[in-house]
Design a protein. Sequence first.
Length: 256
Amino acid sequence: MKKIIFRTFLALVILLLLGALGVHLFLDGAIKHEVETIGPKIAKVDIKLGSVSLSLLSGAGSFKGLVVGNPPGYKSPSAIEVGSASLGVEPRSILSQKIIVTSVNVQEPQITFETDVLSSNLKKILNNLDESSGESGKEPAPSAEKAGKPAKKFEVDDLLIKGGKVHVIANVLGNSQSATVPLPEIHLQNLGKDSDGITAAELSKQILKVVLQKAAEQAAPVVLDMSKGGQYLSRELGTNSAEKITKGLGDLLKKK
């Protein structure tokens, strides 16, 4: 009799473990699926995520291999690449309407700032996010809520981006040049905290807006130095080209 009870208990434990593992794998797969399907709809660029892991018990997680592609017309293979990052989530919020992310720690992201001085790949992505959230004056992209399923909202209490690099690619006056500069540390707090949360598009926009500004601030002097190679002083281009370059860099640095 004791053997039967023990075996029954053991079988229940195994079933519970398999069930928990199944939910864990389903949740991880669902997050990856959401990033790779919803992300491209709001940013209008390809987004790939290598893997994601999130514990239902502790809320601790991580993701690897995040790659944000470039809009059409840009030659570099990606706009943003993150090798790995750690995160913490309030476990009770995972299945709720508002997911509370307690912390995100992104180490050494690689950002490509590709520009022809008049525009850049990152600014184009930001404009795409504006359109998706309806802030550009255009009709916003269809949301999950309109399809009968309420869109998830997010709160991010603490986000740290550290040790990043900005790879500057400047196509200035027909001449392509490149350089790498450090990305200053970015520390954001209480995103969507004092509300019902913010959508994925709004969250992406708030983060990217800061990243764009910091990347542009670092890249602008480099692009200006690149433009001083003598091209804009040539007789064909005339001296007005320098003014155009300076104005273009100023436009890139404008906050939206």
